[in-house]
Design a protein around this ligand. Structure first.
Ligand code: SAH
Length: 590
């Protein structure tokens, strides 16, 4: 399932919201880590702080609903209904939507009967020690939604399912064929001689109306190149999907009985394979069959992972697709390993609102988080089970290599920087480590870089628009480059009348450099040139000052300060009674 969004309006609902979140965190820790990671409390901005903030309830609920996110709203059912009403006439796939009283005294499933809303209502109600307000007739009669089998099982055909349940409600009884442990406690009208049957089987449904067919996900399909060899190049996504479907079809197996697709590790970076698995709706896992010389087919791959006897595998030794069928449902996480991921993110200047959603998603999904301790703390709250590898700021290359080592073991690694990861931060170190390594396993890692709001941009936005025309970003640190280069660049930038954003302006180990830099700038810029100082922007106690180049003293600046030196055209003005002051550099040049 997707992780639910727990939506609250005020502080009064926070305690109940956290209890519901804890329920999913605990469950996810065992079975569904993604659910645990992404289950967040969404709170109305300005009223209460939680994990995610929103500004307007209606728009936020509609956005969650449209994305298919399950919603647990801690407010009146009527409010939720009114907010979602414009979207309801179009009855497509519907996520579960529940209203929960903010004191936890009532749990009302509203929408998403087929997506498991009643299961969620029962779970949440049990956690809150109340009775859920279940209104669905099938559920009430049978104590479970027959059309909503648990994870690891899939309903063959919804239309047939609905017909089947209305037959049961009309008084018919049913047989159960196959293993359906979740129906053991259901109050279904059972009879061994019934006309109707619930059949749990990986075999494809043959269209019979007196059967409700549920497929256990118990088949693994291994794919290798059609030209033989447990190597890359398995063909286009469509061709791979067609080969897997044909193999399933040849054995009378339903595509919904597939639990995972397995491919050789050497083809880890093949985008067509990833797409094929997505089209088939199953996770893609990888393994090596190298221990089986002379038998490079897909079957060898399966055998390497499953360690099961030959006979249970479908497909001949050299087939490019082989299937393994298990008597039980298969947890894909136990098959080979996943493709590792390394995502280099920027946290923005500090405040959670200035972190891009893609960075938040990467953090939520990470198994391992690396970075300078201060930034890792800023990235929190993390969930139990996420491994944190904090390090000293100076060990950049070592940290980059460590990230690749973890990711090439199949882990989901996030490397955090402040601001933007590509601005005087970790992204370049990560790429340098990758290029230098020539390591195939590192090259197969799914690497991505998520941008962030850099300190210069965050500072500029608070001041107005001092970067409104051409500008440059310079690091004044001579740790990684000679001071003479810094001087030359400063001189050229000052001479070119570029607005300049100084990163790393001073530190205890570099006490004189800023004064030297300002001396150079003063050779080219008038004393009246505006300077913006942003300190701890977006963090608690952040300050913003505007002064002139003549007034600026290096004592006004420390390591946590962003210095923006204006061009000859950068100006400021006071606006309205509040006396708010804006600094900007016009878009024209005169
Ligand atoms: N990758 C970061 C920059 C790292 S260099 C980014 O894109 O923002 C570190 C320097 O950035 C600091 O010395 C300081 O000059 C500046 N800086 C980082 N965060 C800041 C903040 N919140 N407020 C002001 N300056 C900041």
């Amino acid at each position: 399932m997707n992780a639910p969004a727990i939506v609250i309006l005020g502080a009064g609902a926070l305690a109940t919201a956290r209890r519901i979140q804890a329920l999913y965190a605990e469950r996810g820790a065992h079975a569904e880590p993604q659910v645990a990671a992404n289950c967040q409390v969404h709170a109305l901005q300005g009223r209460v702080e939680a994990d995610v903030s929103y500004t307007e309830l209606g728009a936020h609920l509609r956005e969650l609903y449209a994305r298919g996110t399950p919603i647990v709203a801690l407010c009146a059912a009527g409010i939720v209904i009114r907010c979602l009403a414009p979207l309801l006439s179009n009855k497509g796939a519907e996520p579960p939507v529940l209203a929960v009283a903010e004191d936890g005294s009532a749990v009302v499933p509203l929408l998403g009967g087929l997506a498991g809303v009643n299961v969620m209502a029962r779970d949440i109600a049990a956690a809150l020690s109340v009775q859920p307000a279940i209104t669905t007739s099938g559920e009430l009669r049978f104590g479970t939604c027959v059309l909503n089998p648990p994870d690891g099982y899939a309903l063959a055909d919804l239309g047939q399912g609905k017909r089947f349940v209305s037959d049961l409600l009309a008084g018919e009884s049913t047989r159960i064929e196959g293993d359906a442990p979740w129906l053991d406690d259901a109050q279904l009208p059972r009879s061994a001689s019934a006309r109707l049957a619930i059949r749990v089987t990986p075999r494809a449904w043959d269209g019979r109306h007196d059967e409700l067919v549920i497929h256990p996900r118990c088949v693994v399909a291994a794919v290798v190149s059609e030209h033989g060899g447990a190597h890359a190049g398995t063909g286009t996504a469509d061709a791979t999907v067609a080969r897997v479907r044909a193999a399933l079809n040849a054995h009378g197996l339903a595509p919904l009985s597939l639990a995972a697709m397995l491919a050789p590790s050497a083809s880890m970076a093949d985008p067509a394979l990833a797409q094929a698995a997505m089209l088939l709706g199953v996770p893609l896992r990888f393994a090596d069959a190298s221990a089986e010389p002379g038998e490079p087919g897909a079957k060898a791959l399966l055998r390497a992972v499953l360690r099961i006897p030959h006979e249970t595998l479908a497909g001949d030794a050299h087939a490019s697709v082989a299937l393994a069928l298990s008597a039980l449902t298969i947890d894909p996480a136990t098959i080979g390993r996943a493709r590792g991921r390394l995502t280099v993110i920027g946290l923005g200047p500090g405040h959670a609102d200035l972190m891009v959603p893609a960075a938040r998603t990467a953090l939520n999904e990470a198994t391992d988080i690396l970075g300078y301790d201060t930034y890792v703390k800023m990235a929190g709250p993390l969930r139990p089970g996420q491994r944190v590898h904090g390090t000293d700021n100076r060990e950049e290359m070592q940290r980059a290599r460590h990230a690749f080592e973890l990711a090439s073991e199949g882990r989901s690694v996030v490397m955090v920087s402040s601001g933007d990861p590509g601005v005087f931060a970790m992204a370049a170190a990560v790429l340098e480590a990758l290029e230098a390594s020539q390591n195939e396993a590192w090259a197969a890692v799914e690497l991505s870089i998520v941008p962030g709001v850099s300190a210069a941009l965050a500072t500029a936005a608070q001041a107005g628009a001092p970067l409104g025309h051409d500008f440059c970003m310079l690091s004044l640190s001579d740790n990684l480059k000679p001071w003479t280069i810094i001087e030359t660049r400063l001189r050229h930038a000052a001479q070119a009348d570029l607005v300049m954003a100084f990163y790393n302006p001073v530190s205890r180990a570099r006490p004189w450099q800023l004064d030297k830099a300002l001396d150079i700038v003063r050779e080219y810029r008038a004393p009246s040139t505006l300077v913006v100082l942003g300190r701890d922007i977006g963090r608690p106690g952040g300050t913003l000052r505007t002064l002139t180049l003549a007034e600026l003293r290096s004592a006004d600046v420390d390591m946590r300060t962003m210095v923006i030196v204006g061009s000859s055209l950068t100006r400021r003005f006071a606006c309205g009674d509040s006396g708010a002051q804006w600094v900007y550099t016009p878009r024209w040049y005169g």
